[in-house]
Design a protein around this ligand. Structure first.
Ligand code: HEM
Ligand code: HEM
Length: 189
């Protein structure tokens, strides 16, 4: 078995995908919460949701590419000096983050596909994707369905914020409060 050294880095495509998606997803979470606060009378609300959906679909496409890269590339080994429970926690967090990256766009897409027509609100017949009109999923138009999926989208979003915070805190802990050989952040930079 090849012996991984502590200065091994993640392959470049994984590093690029990690940081571009981190930027995109933190933006999606912050903007999602911001747009939600805008009053219905604010015309920019619907325009901003259009961008939210387009960037969310982009995030879904990127995570598919990322999973394909991840399954075909070798990630550097976790330093042996890191306690087993920290390694386990880090692994669980990474799996939860992948689940959220896949799940959030799907929940949003289903919710958007089920939106019925409301007076005074522009009808949603397609998902705008930077000039392309993506078809809605064949789900029944039903406000209750939209509400259920948006509520799950919201709470998974909250959970995602908590997991990202723990994940980033762990990375910073190993860099600044731990032995130099336990620094995992340098592998991702
Ligand atoms: C990783 C991708 C995504 C993230 C992180 C994300 C995050 C969020 C967040 C944090 C909110 C605010 C929740 C609230 O306070 O109610 C939200 C709202 C929403 N999202 Fe997403 N979203 C993503 C992808 C998508 C996609 C792909 C769609 C649709 C195609 C979508 C449709 C919506 C809709 C319709 C709402 C409106 C909820 C409301 O009524 O205020 N999202 N999203
Ligand atoms: C914001 C600050 C962030 C920091 C400092 C950070 C740091 C790191 C580090 C150091 C690793 C390597 C851990 C190891 O060696 O096992 C890593 C991996 C990972 N990070 Fe982050 N991260 C951040 C944000 C995010 C976000 C927003 C997501 C996704 C929502 C994310 C998802 C992942 C995943 C899934 C891995 C596992 C490797 C992979 O498959 O790409 N990270 N992160």
């Amino acid at each position: 078995m090849a012996h991984s050294q502590s200065h091994d880095k993640f392959p470049a495509p994984m590093r690029v995908l990690h940081w571009s998606m981190a930027f995109l997803l933190i933006g999606m979470l912050a903007f999602g919460l911001y747009i939600h606060e805008l009053p219905l009378e604010d015309p920019s609300k619907f325009l901003l949701y259009e961008w939210h959906r387009a960037f969310g679909v982009l995030a879904f496409a990127l995570v598919i590419v990322r999973l394909a890269v991840r399954l075909n590339a070798s990630a550097p080994a976790v330093p042996q000096g890191i306690a087993w429970y920290e390694r386990r926690a880090a692994k669980v967090a990474q799996i939860l983050l992948y689940a959220a990256m896949l799940g959030m766009p799907l929940l949003g897409y289903i919710a958007s596909s089920a939106v019925p027509e409301f007076p005074g609100v522009p009808p949603l017949n397609a998902i705008w994707f930077f000039g392309l009109d993506l078809p809605l999923l064949p789900v029944e138009k039903n406000y209750d369905t939209t509400k259920v999926f948006i509520t799950i989208h919201k709470y998974v979003g909250y959970a995602m914020i908590a997991v990202i915070a723990a994940h980033a805190a762990g990375a910073l802990k190993h860099r600044f409060l731990d032995k130099p050989e336990n620094d995992v952040l340098s592998k991702m930079l």
